[in-house]
Design a protein around this ligand. Sequence first.
Ligand code: IVH
Length: 670
Amino acid sequence: MSSEQEEAKRYQEERDLLKRQIEYHNELYHQRSAPEISDGEYDRLKVRYEEVIHKLGQDEDQLTLSIGDDRSQGFQKVRHLEAMGSLDNTYSKDELRAFTERLERLLGKSEFEFLVQPKIDGLAISLTYEKGKFVRAVTRGNGVEGDDVTRNMESIEGLITELQGGPLPDVLEIRGEVFMTSHEFERINRQRDKEGLSRYANPRNLASGTIKLLDKNIVAERQLHVRLYGLGFCEPSIWQNLSEFTDQLAEWGFPTVEGSAVCRDLPSIWNAIEDIGSADLPYETDGAVVKLNNLLDQKDAGWTAKAPRWAIAYKFEAEKGYTRLLRIQLKVGRTGAITPVAELEPVFIAGSTVSRATLHNADEVTRKDIREGDWVEIEKAGEIIPQVVKVDLEKREPDSQKYVFPEECPACSTTLIKPVGEVVWRCPNAQCPPQVSRRIEHFVSKPCLNIDSIGPSIIEQLIESEMVKTLSDLYRLELEQLLALERFAEKSATNLIDSVENSKSQPLWRLIHGLGILHVGATASKLLAKEFGSLARISEADYDQLIGIDGIGGVIAESVVQFFQDDANIALIAELKSLGLNVEEEIETGSSSKNLEGKVFVLTGTLPDFGRSEIAERIEQQGGKVNSGVSKKTDYVVTGESAGSKLEKARSLGIEILDQSGILALLNED
Ligand code: IVH
C-alpha cells in the first residue's frame, strides 16, 4: 500500500468510528433523553467528522447527522410549514466576528441590528395559530416534521388558546422552548430517591422526556414551562423585525425570553452575551443566540443544509480540569456491557472532586488514543458524568503503551462479543459473577421486587458462598443455611426469608422489570403486564404484536423477543413460577361504567363540536384505549373533518369508522 493509500484508509476508519459515535450520541440525546457527553464534546465529534469527510473529499448526509431526530412512537407526525433547523455553535469572540463578517459579505452591507437572546437549555416547540386560535404544538422532530404534542402542551402554564389584540395572521407558527426549572427537577429527583428509583440526569432531558409521555396526567403533575422567542411560518407577513414580533408576543401575554438585547456591533453583542452569562434566569442557559433582527435580511441570508445563516449560538464552555490518568478499569454491567473507566489523580472541578471519568467504550479509547499514565483534560458539564476531553501528547512518557482493549471478560475470561452496529463490547456469559450480582441487585431493588433486606454486601456473601447462582436461588434459601453465614443472626435471617416470601405476590410488572430484559424499564414493564396479562403470553408475543402497543418501540420489541428465545430465560421463568411467584396480572373487576374496556380507538381529523383530547378522555374514562396509529388491533377509528391517511388505512383494514354522532352514541348508550 502506498503511504497515500494508508492515509486514506486511516481516515476512512476514523470516519466510520466517528459516524457510529455520533449516531450513538444522537440516539441518546434525542430518543432516550439521556446524553452521556456534553454538548461541547458532541460538537467536537461533529467538527472532527466534517474535517475527516473533507480530507476524504466526500460529502455525507450531514443533515441527519447534525440535527438528530426526536420523533417517537405514539405521536401523530406533523410537517412544519417552515423548517426547524439547529444552530451552528461558536465558542470564541473570533468565531463570532467571523459570523458577522460573513453576513457583511453575504448581504453586501455593514450595518445590522442583532437580537441577542439567552439560549434556553430545553427542547424546541412550534405552536401553530390559525386566525388567532391555537391549533397544535409540534416538537422539532427531524426539522421537517415533528410529533404532535398538543395534548401535553395544554397543561403548560403560559400557553394561550386564543390571541387577542394586535394583528392576527391567518397562519402563524410561534417558536420557543419548553423547559423545567432546576427547582422542579430537584423535587422530582428527591421523590425518585424516596422511591428508590434512579435520578434523572438533568432538567433538559427530563423536560424532553416529559413532553413525550403518553400519559398527560403525569405531564401536568410535573411542572413544565415555556418561553417563546421566534417566528416560523407567517402568512400574510406582518412584522419587519424579530424584536417587534417578540414585543407582540409579550403583548398577547406569552412568556418571552428575559434579558434579550438589540445590538449594533460586536462589542455590544459581547456585552449582551456576558450579561446573559451572569444573569440569574429562571431556566438553565447553555449560551446565547445572536440573530439578525430584520426579517427580510434573515430571508436574504438564508440557510445552510441544517442551520440558518442569520443566527448563531454562542455556547458557554463546560468547566475543565487537568490531571493524570492512573489506570483504565473495566466495569461489567448487568447486561454484560463492558465500560472502560478512567481512574484519575483526584482533581477539583466545578465544585467537587473528580477521581473517575467515563471512557464510554472501546471506540472512544481508540479514537482519542487514551493511555494509562497520560496527562488529560477533564470536562464536567451539568450533571453529566465527567469525561476525558483530550490527552496532552507533549507530556506523554516516551515508553507509554497503546491501550489494548481486552478480548476477554476481565471477570470471567469469556471471549467478548460486539453485536453488529453496536458500540459496546459485551460479555455473553450470563453466569459471569459481576453480571449475576448486578442482576440480583436489580431484581431486589425498590422498583422491582422490592426485597429490602438484601443489599449489595449480602448479595456478595450469597454469591461467594455459592448459595445463589441465579435469581430463582433466592427463593430456595433456607434459614439454617443463612445462619451458617457470618453476620447472620436468627432475626436477620428470618427477616430475609420473610421478605423474599412476601415478594412472591408482587404485581406482575415488578417481576417483568426485575428480569432485567435489555431496554425494558418500569414503564415498558407496566405496559407489557397490562397488555398481555401473564408472563406466558408475553413470552409468546411476536415483534409485530409488541410494537403495536403504544409506548413500545422497535428496540424494546426486539429485545423482548430475543429474551424469550433464550431457553435459559424460559427455564428461569418456569422455575420462578413453580416456586410460587405471581406470573399473572390481577384482573380488575370491571365496573358497569367501563363498557369500552379493551376496545382500541384511533382519533383523526377535527370533530365539529369536540376537541380530540376531550373525546379521548371520555373514551379512557369508560375503559377504552386511544392509540395514535391504526393497526389490525384497532377496533374503531373516529373521524372528523380533514381526516387523512389513517382513515384510508382503517378502510383498507375493514375497521369500523365512527363520526361524531357515532362515538357519542357509543359513549352514552353502549
Ligand atoms: S433560534 C433555526 N433562539 O437551540 C433555529 N433557539 O441549538 C433557530 N434555543 O433548536 C433557533 N434558546 O431549540 C433560538 N433564544 C433561542 C433559543 C433557541 C434555545 C434552542 C432551539 C434550537 C436549538 C439550536
